[in-house]
Design a protein around this ligand. Structure first.
Ligand SMILES: [Zn+2]
Length: 146
């Protein structure tokens, strides 16, 4: 059965057709945080349940000013496979250290092989040791100012 998919074009270059059957919370989103110079474009969603499911991710990339993103809604029976599938459920409790090959930092997008440690903030979010250190610096500076 054809499903609604996102055809993603970045700076005029067609990149992927994202979609999967029975996908939930499927989104293509730009998120930004000026304090840590973070502008990311993410296309992801979930299948299954939060207790026993998978987080599927097609794109999670750093963007820069001037980048042009195009999201075209299309119907496709054979979208591209996600570049990462991460099992969600019991093993990623809050505060737990995780070391899966397919898990990436939700802030900087680095994979577990690029950082020393990834900590789960919940079943669907993780933060790496580098981003924790950076965040602490920002907090310390703000506390010094006040
Ligand atoms: Zn990080």
């Amino acid at each position: 059965m054809p499903m609604v998919c996102f055809e993603i074009t970045i700076n005029g270059k067609k990149r992927i057709v994202a979609g999967a059957s029975e996908i939930k919370a499927f989104k293509a989103a730009v998120s930004t945080d000026s304090r840590i110079d973070y502008v990311h474009f993410c296309v992801d969603g979930f299948i299954g349940t939060p207790r026993d499911g998978q987080h599927l991710e097609w794109i999670n990339e750093q963007m820069k000013t001037g980048d042009r993103l195009e999201i075209r809604l299309i119907e496709s029976e054979a979208p591209d496979l996600p570049r990462s599938k991460e099992r969600i459920g019991r093993e990623a409790k809050k505060g737990e250290s995780v070391a899966h090959n397919d898990i990436i930092c939700s802030f900087c997008g680095k994979g577990s092989e690029e950082v020393r440690q990834l900590i789960a903030g919940g079943p669907w979010v993780h933060i790496c040791d580098e981003c924790i250190i950076l965040s602490k610096k920002i907090l310390d500076e703000e506390l010094d100012e006040s």
